[in-house]
Each structure stands twice: as structure tokens, then as C-alpha cells.
Design a binder for this molecule. Structure first.
Ligand code: B12
Length: 214
């Protein structure tokens, strides 16, 4: 088994020491932090499946969150994320939809956007449509990113896009979706402009939506 497969397995098995040792080794070997994050994400999928099969309980989900926080601390301490020195590229409002408290993916997206030169207005989790609207208005952001992990959030996603429509802001504000619960169908259902389950696409979309190069 190679290091990447071992990392997915260790994350799935909730073996914190093993996860951190592997991440340390991979960083020393020059593996891209986004690749490390992707392996952890796959490990989270294993945790999610085991939770569905009742092999893990809520505590398993909580432990996976704790382990990943330590991974992010290691990544940040290694200074692999470097601040952009350019002028701010634009503003992005970010949040998880109403009813959804998952924020790991959203925080990764916030970090990448920030280090790519965007100003991020992070509204946190369980954000009401009216809060997305108010933040986009007051900040003048041209992009809203919503990170959805649970199916219960589909309706709030649609309501959020509808609220921008109703207020006549759809021409000025692009809405991108991400997170484990989104897909092309969900994007169409909600009426959003783009979707992805890859954090780096958030930067690509934001560049495109603010008139820059993808
Ligand atoms: C950790 C976890 C938790 C933690 C979350 C901690 C936290 N601070 O976020 C806690 C313990 C709080 C939790 C709670 C619950 N959870 Co939970 N949780 C998970 C788990 C294991 C991992 C989620 C995760 O962080 N993945 C890793 C990140 C990195 O992935 P990601 O979010 O998809 O983000 C990536 C991309 O999608 C992309 N991205 C993310 N956002 C955006 C945004 C944009 C714009 C773009 C472009 C890209 C992008 O970038 C990221 C990096 O690539 C998942 C299982 C899974 N397979 O994901 C279940 C899961 C999401 N949870 C689930 C459930 C059921 C719950 C609970 C209801 C459990 C309960 N009984 O209370 C509660 C929900 C509470 C609520 N109302 O939201 C279900 C949801 C099922 C469903 N279909 O709705 C899942 C799928 C588990 C399962 N298979 O059953 N959970």
C-alpha cells in the first residue's frame, strides 16, 4: 500500500497518530497540500460510509473532524499556503446553507480563496438566505459560495438563489455550490451558476466570475 492509500485508510480508521505521521512524511516528500487534503477527504468518505452502516456513531464523525483539524494545523505550520501579494481580486461571500453545520470543506475553500488573493466574507454555518443576501449587499461581493453536505439543505439552497433573483441581484452576483451533497442536478434544482466538489474549482470559478483568468 502506498502512502496515499495508507492515509485514506488511517483517516477512515480514525487513527490520528498514523494520519499525522503520514501527513508529516508526505509534506517532507514535497507532496502538494491539496493532494493531502484530497486523501483526507476520501478518508472522510470512508468514515461517512461506516457511519451509514452503523459501524461508527456520531462520535466517529466528531473524531474525524478533530483529526482533520490537527492535519490543517500541520499544513498551516508548514507554511505551504502562501499569501498572495497581488491586489485583492474581489470579494466572495461564503457559508453553509440553513440547517447545515458542516464547515470543514467550506473552511478549506475559504483558506484557498484567501491565499489566492480574494477577500472572504465567511458567514459560518446554517446561514439563512436573507443573511447571504445582506452580506452580498453590504460587502458588494460578486460571488457567493455555498458549501452543502446534507440533503436537507437542498431547499435552502434553492431559496437562497431565489432570494437573490427576487431582489434583482442575480445579474450582479454569481452563486457557486460545493460540498459532498451537490451535483449537477442539485445545481440545476437550485438555479446556481456552477458547482464542484473540488476546493480549487472555487478559486477557478471566483476568478472567472470576477472577470479574471480561470
Ligand atoms: C465530519 C462530519 C461531521 C461533523 C462535521 C464537523 C464540521 N466541523 O464540519 C459533525 C460531527 C458535526 C457532523 C454532524 C452531522 N452529520 Co456529518 N459528516 C461528516 C463527514 C464524515 C465528513 C464531512 C467532511 O468534512 N468531509 C471532508 C470535506 C473536505 O469534504 P467536503 O465538505 O465535500 O469539501 C470538499 C469539496 O466538496 C469542496 N467544497 C466544499 N465546499 C465547497 C464550496 C464550493 C463553492 C466549492 C466550489 C467547493 C467546495 O472542497 C472540499 C475539499 O475538496 C461526512 C461524510 C462525508 N462523506 O463527507 C458526514 C455526513 C455529511 N454527515 C451526515 C450526517 C447525517 C450528519 C448528522 C445529521 C448526524 C447526526 N445524527 O446528528 C449531523 C448533521 C448536523 C447538521 N444539521 O448539519 C451525512 C449526511 C447524509 C445526507 N445525505 O444528508 C454524511 C454524508 C455521513 C453519511 N454518509 O451518512 N458530521
Amino acid at each position: 500500500m502506498d502512502d496515499e492509500a495508507r492515509l485514506v485508510k488511517a483517516m477512515g480508521d480514525l487513527e490520528e497518530e498514523e494520519v499525522l505521521a503520514l501527513v508529516g512524511e508526505m509534506l517532507s516528500a514535497g507532496i502538494e497540500p491539496l493532494r493531502i487534503i484530497e486523501m483526507c477527504r476520501q478518508g472522510f468518505d470512508v468514515v461517512g460510509r461506516r457511519y451509514e452502516q452503523r459501524e461508527y456513531f456520531l462520535s466517529g464523525l466528531i473524531i474525524s473532524d478533530e483529526i482533520f483539524k490537527s492535519v490543517m494545523e500541520l499544513l498551516e505550520a508548514s507554511e505551504c499556503f502562501r499569501p498572495s501579494e497581488s491586489e485583492p481580486l474581489g470579494k466572495v461571500v461564503l457559508g453553509a446553507p440553513l440547517g447545515d453545520v458542516h464547515d470543514i470543506g467550506k473552511n478549506i475553500v475559504a483558506t484557498l480563496l484567501h491565499y489566492s488573493g480574494f477577500e472572504v466574507v465567511d458567514l459560518g454555518v446554517s446561514v439563512k438566505p436573507s443573511q447571504f443576501l445582506a452580506a452580498a449587499r453590504s460587502s458588494g461581493a460578486g460571488v457567493v459560495g455555498i458549501s452543502a453536505l446534507i440533503t436537507m439543505a437542498y431547499e435552502p439552497l434553492r431559496e437562497t438563489v431565489a432570494a437573490f433573483e427576487r431582489e434583482g441581484l442575480r445579474g450582479k452576483v454569481k452563486i457557486m455550490l460545493g460540498g459532498g451533497a451537490v451535483s449537477q442536478r442539485v445545481c440545476e434544482f437550485a438555479g446556481a451558476d456552477a458547482w464542484s466538489r473540488d476546493a480549487s474549482d472555487a478559486v477557478r470559478f471566483a476568478r472567472k466570475f470576477t472577470g479574471g483568468e480561470e
